[in-house]
Design a protein around this ligand. Structure first.
Ligand SMILES: Cc1cc2nc3c(=O)[nH]c(=O)nc-3n(C[C@H](O)[C@H](O)[C@H](O)COP(=O)(O)O)c2cc1C
Length: 348
């Protein structure tokens, strides 16, 4: 299956070391992010967001704008994942990765489907296995686990990770730590020499600048990209993100066995009252599930615009989002603001 979807990395402009790159990094007031052989123009990763919030279209838009785009594969089958990767490739050039939750029963199958389709990198959420680093070495594809402690970061380094995402408690979706993004970043930075990508609660240039000051090599943003034109959530869902205030953001207990950050709505009220509807047709999609409700179904409901029955995952900064714009605009505005904030002179 290798071959037809694989594009020479040089054609995507991701090979390091060009003169332009060197001139740019000499004046850019932000770090250069290297993930194995990959060097995005900007040190920003769009977080993978299931179910079907970050699909090929969003990943392609972020990649074309100079960041790392990520397709969230969890709850897709192999065929759908291959289609989304092909779609992302057909829409433009740049670095496109796949995010798969280790907790998904189909983890190994989806990773291999993504590798065979010529994806640029793998990000694993909610856990990782020793095996996946070996698979990455076999295919020459960088593997990046999301970690919630310095200890897990060091373990990832020893197993062969190309970088780690340090995702703090302010983040969206399932949460693997109680430490804030900046607290976790400091712990992870001290524990590993790997490139560290900070994640959780970042919306604007001031947030990102703080992460760079604490030694992050890159940042991963989730909810800011979920509220863009190319994100695959229903318009009604995007309107909920826009309307959300800080006090609407809560933490629920997911059947995966982890807390999850979400926007308060009729579904979370039912959950709090112990009245969430039990799973109707369980397809056993998770390696471990408490079956209190079907996380896959309720995330799908939200993605499809049923904002009452759905579970609306969000990052902690959603209250500060006030526009739905193209993903490229998010990146351009962020780095223009960063340039101003961090005081560098542009060199032409
Ligand atoms: C709607 C939504 C779905 C998410 N789904 C996943 C996922 O499938 N896998 C994963 O590793 N992280 C997931 N995340 C976490 C994001 O990839 C990202 O790391 C996190 O949202 C960063 O925090 P922020 O949203 O505050 O920027 C999700 C986040 C959101 C908001």
């Amino acid at each position: 299956m290798t071959g037809d979807l694989t594009i020479d990395p040089a054609a995507r402009g991701v090979v390091p070391g060009g003169d332009d790159d060197r001139a740019r990094s000499a004046v850019d007031p932000w770090p250069k992010l290297r993930i194995g052989h990959l060097e995005p123009r900007y040190p920003i990763v769009q977080g993978g967001m299931a179910v079907r919030i970050s699909t090929g279209r969003l990943a392609a838009a972020v990649a074309a704008a100079g960041g790392v785009g990520t397709i969230a594969a969890t709850a897709m089958d192999e065929e759908e994942l291959r289609r989304e990767i092909a779609l992302a490739r057909s829409l433009g050039s740049g670095i496109v990765g796949v995010n798969i939750m280790y907790a998904a029963r189909e983890f190994s199958r989806l990773v291999h489907a993504a590798f065979d389709a010529g994806i640029d990198l793998l990000v694993s959420g909610a856990g990782f296995s020793r095996d996946m680093f070996g698979w990455g070495r076999e295919y020459g594809i960088p593997v990046v686990p999301i970690v919630g402690s310095g200890k897990l970061a060091k373990m990832s380094e020893d197993l062969g990770a190309a970088a780690v995402v340090a995702e703090g408690y302010d983040a969206g979706g399932h949460l693997g730590t109680k430490l804030s993004a900046l607290e976790l970043l400091a712990e992870v930075r001290a524990a590993t020499t790997l490139p560290v990508i900070a994640a959780g609660g970042m919306i604007d240039a001031a947030d990102v600048s703080r992460a760079f000051d604490l030694g992050a090599d890159g940042v991963q943003l989730g909810i800011r990209f979920a509220a863009t034109v190319e994100a695959n959530g229903h318009d009604r869902l995007k309107q909920v993100y826009l309307a959300a205030r800080d006090e609407d953001v809560i933490v629920i207990k997911s059947p995966v066995g982890l807390p999850g950050r979400a926007i308060r709505n009729p579904f979370t009220e039912l959950l709090a009252a112990g009245e969430a509807p039990p799973p109707e047709e369980c397809i056993d999609c998770l390696k471990r599930c408490e079956r209190t409700f079907c996380i896959r179904d309720v995330l799908c409901f939200a993605q499809q615009g049923d904002i009452e029955r759905g579970l609306i995952f969000t990052g902690g900064g959603v209250g500060r989002i006030n526009s739905i714009v193209p993903a490229a605009e998010v990146i351009e505005t962020l780095f223009a603001d960063l340039r101003q904030l961090r005081g560098a002179v542009t060199k032409d």
